[in-house]
Design a protein. Sequence first.
Length: 342
Amino acid sequence: MSAKKLSKRAVAAIVSVAGAALLISALLIINIFYPLRYFTAYIVGRERPAEDEFSLTVLDVGQADCAVACLPGGKTLLVDGGDGAYLNTLKILTELNRRDIDFIDYVVCTSVDDEYCGGLGEILRNKAVGAVFMPWCANRRVTDGFADLVSAAEELGVRTEIAEYGAGVDAGDFFFTFLSPAMHGSPDSEYADLNSDPSAENIAAASAVMWLEYAGAGMVYAGGTSGEKLSEIADAYLLTESIGDPDGYFTFCGHEIELSACAAYKAAGHASPDSRSAEFVSLISPEYSFISVGENNGSGCPSVAVMADLYACGEVFITMYDGDITFTVGADGDCSVACAGN
């Protein structure tokens, strides 16, 4: 009787060991194709948007920034990568997979602040990337997120370029470039100040401000820059408008940048009080404005004054109320906005 009981126990043990071995083998096989840590991000339906339109989705990643863009012709762009929190990185990977994006043509890091670059290193390790535009900062350990991004780019051999005036991508009817910071070789560049003193003020001043345009519709995408820097851009633009632009300051690869024709604006710095520039907002007068901000952030975001400036121009969408916000430009230049919260 005891022999039979022992035999049953032995069989049960063998079955348990075999089952565990099969489970481990299955997980190892799955991990070859999908990282187990982010496995659920890959269990989604995949659909790439139409290739004759431009769409940019500002993701709701709390008090952080990230936007996924599908470009005309099938290329892709990721701007910032959230703060590195696991759930935010999981969401970003999920949204990339939902859009059938396994290869990201261009990644832009607008700031060394962790709220913008915190998750980018992890994104690079889980998606193939063509090129990364990043701040020029000699102190790679200025923040944990920036250090991880630089390390990941080096480990993977990803091509890097400096996010600065004059850099960008020209794809004919679509292009993106940087209005700020100034070229890093200039002693007056915001990067010079960042490298000599990485204070919160200098980190903000050196945060990228992008211009994206398709089919004649423009968009300003501001990272964590300050209102003072936005006002400087507005002053420079108005000056060149008044005296002409002999040096082609607001042009990129033959494209003339008309800030006054801006259709949409991703507000700087979570619409914090320090990011306010009524002059800049009045100049671009966006039909649509987007604020990426988290609840109970304790930073005074979004600022009532900033929102008042934006509401004076057009519609305002805020991630903590509207969820993910998608801005789309069709081949005819028509623009529309859709929100996950609606």
